[in-house]
Design a protein around this ligand. Structure first.
Ligand code: SAM
Length: 555
């Protein structure tokens, strides 16, 4: 959900869950599950615990910020006395306030404050009822085209409801729109274009068999399987559009038509037009009679100078991961990495592959940097690290996380420790002067060289590169230099113990199979490895971002 327009007086609705305990606000919203856990622990006692919606009043009159927390249980007013207006707006615009429990606010009168809901109203208020009912109906009673309707509610933004069985989900964010698009060449479906309340054109699929009212659900290919079969085409379309810098051109100037873009990037008009249309259907671009433009998300994430650009990681995915994944079958049969098949050379060490050529090294570092930059804030704030005066980010690469730590903990001295080839190349990834914080870069090999002294050792996406034997070598080295009270902070995609729920992390584990000797691990597996080296008090935080965080302390 995006709160697109704010009315005067500026009232913003839809923050995530905030929990206050004894009048202390945990500044960082916790996720809903955490909140419920806390709530159940504290219920019945005299604590003020609130889950639900934060309504922030910004009064331009006296510059006072007041936060009203509505809750299933109680209501109260808390003053954000230590939160500056600037910070608040940064927070609001970071997109964080727009998900999960924030949606509860728009169920009631709060809905009047929101002018637009991009996506499905019912899906932002909790259980994805719309999607659920739609899927049930698809299974048991496919809708006729003329039954699709839109419902307008008085007190809430105009929305599609499950009564209409429209494909509201496909509009929920520009990046999710690929669901409808992926069915373009589906043998079982045709696209019906409809206009939603925000004027967004959406494609909802009506099975062919419904057009004459005859249901033949046995012949229907499940949409999830179709999505997966199409997924590689969608990925490649994104990769190629990124590689050809289409999003960069459109960020500089838009709308542009296919001929303009083809001329600028030196490609065929017919091929360019098809790629642009595919990107528009995937929700990456907007297409109007005037031409193509980037969506907001494309400007932020896909343009190479976007605030949270993933361009580096996308190019790495295209040039490095794609060839490796074409050998997934061999990797599965043999249980080992496929670099020799993909790139025709056998090296002992994964990082040798990357650092032998300046071009590949630059590409790899840019890829690491883009993900680190996007996740650094969540990693750095997952736990209060202010008690640690010094930190060493082992395998810290470009220093993106190190810089974030120094922003959040100004008194912390942070060292980045990485291989000499990386340290020599790190200068081109440093933030502008204005933000330059005192991060020290030290080169060395963490398996063989002395480690810099620190109170906190950080291993971000390092352990997943290695098999258990190597991890024991590294943890043993860290444990030897750690005094009691020192800590290790891991940032990884942490699997659930049964290894069945987190598809992004499980796919990432396949990614590790094709190129490393490592794998993604569960919280219990990391805990086991760390406890063998004297680290306990393990705390795990699932951030909801690409990386989760584990903190443990040497006893
Ligand atoms: C997957 S990258 C992660 C980079 C960074 N921590 C992040 O999260 O973006 C692994 C990093 O470990 C570094 N590395 C690998 N082997 C190393 C070694 N033996 N000694 C020091 N650093 C090493 C690599 O150079 C690379 O920067």
């Amino acid at each position: 959900m995006h709160v697109k327009h704010l009315r005067t007086p500026d009232i913003v609705i839809g923050a995530d869950t905030i929990v206050t305990v004894d009048e202390q606000i945990l500044e960082k919203p916790v996720d809903k599950q955490d909140a419920y856990r806390m709530l159940s622990r504290l219920s019945g006692k005299e604590h003020s615990v609130f889950t639900g919606v934060v309504i922030i009043h910004c009064s331009s009159k006296d510059n006072q910020l007041e936060t009203e927390i509505t809750d299933f249980y109680e209501e109260t007013k808390v003053k954000f006395s230590d939160l500056s207006e600037e910070l608040l707006w940064e927070y609001i615009h970071s997109g964080e306030p727009m998900d999960k429990a924030g949606g509860y606010g728009i169920q009631a009168l709060g809905g009047m404050l929101v002018e637009y809901v991009h996506g499905d109203f019912l899906n932002v208020v909790g259980f994805p009822l719309n999607h659920f009912c739609k899927k049930l109906a698809e299974l048991y009673y496919p809708p006729l085209k003329h039954t699709i309707q839109h419902t307008k509610h008085d007190s809430i933004p105009s929305v599609d409801t499950f009564e209409s069985l429209s494909d509201g989900e496909s509009e929920s964010s520009s990046f999710k729109e690929h669901k409808g698009a992926s069915k373009l060449d589906s043998p079982s479906g045709v696209i019906c274009n409809s206009e939603n309340s925000s004027g967004v054109r959406t494609g909802s699929v009506v099975p062919l068999e419904n057009q004459n009212g005859v249901s033949d659900s046995a012949a229907k290919v499940p949409s999830k399987i179709l999505d997966l079969m199409d997924g590689f085409k969608a990925s490649k379309a994104l990769f190629v559009a990124s590689k050809l810098k289409m999003f960069d051109h459109l960020k500089k100037r838009s709308p542009l038509n296919a001929v303009d873009i083809a001329n600028e990037i030196g490609t065929s008009v017919c091929g360019t037009e098809r790629l642009l249309d595919a990107c528009a259907a995937l929700g990456l671009l907007e297409k109007t009679p005037q031409g193509y433009s980037n969506t907001d998300s494309a400007n932020t994430y896909l343009a190479s100078d976007g605030e949270y650009s993933l361009h580096g990681y996308i190019i790495h995915s295209n040039d490095h991961l794609w060839p490796l994944f074409t050998h997934l079958e061999s990797a599965v049969k043999e249980g080992s990495r496929q670099n020799h098949r993909a790139f025709g050379k056998k090296t002992e060490d994964l990082f040798n592959d990357y650092y032998q050529s300046q071009e590949v090294k630059q590409r790899f570092m840019a890829a690491m940097h883009s993900i680190a930059h996007l996740t650094a804030r969540d990693v750095a704030t997952a736990f209060d690290l202010s008690e640690f005066k010094t930190a060493c980010d082992l395998g810290g690469c470009t220093g993106a996380l190190a810089h974030e730590l120094t922003q959040i903990y100004p008194h912390m001295k942070v060292t980045v420790f990485d291989l000499p080839e990386v340290i020599a190349n790190s200068s081109c990834f440093q933030p502008s002067e204005r933000y330059t914080a005192p991060v020290t870069f030290v080169s060395g090999d963490f398996f063989t060289d002395d480690l810099p002294e620190a109170d906190l050792y950080i291993l971000s996406r390092v352990l997943h590169d290695w098999p258990d034997e190597k991890i024991h070598v590294l943890l043993n080295k860290i444990s030897t230099v750690c005094r009691p009270g020192c800590g290790i902070l891991l940032a990884e995609m942490i699997l659930d113990d049964e290894k069945k729920n987190r598809s992004t992390a499980l796919l990432q584990s396949l990614n590790m199979l094709v190129q490393t000797e490592g794998k993604e691990r569960s919280g219990s597996e990391y805990r086991g490895l760390l406890e063998e080296h004297g680290f306990s008090k393990v705390k795990i935080k699932l951030t909801g971002n690409l990386l989760d965080v584990l903190l443990c302390i040497k006893i």
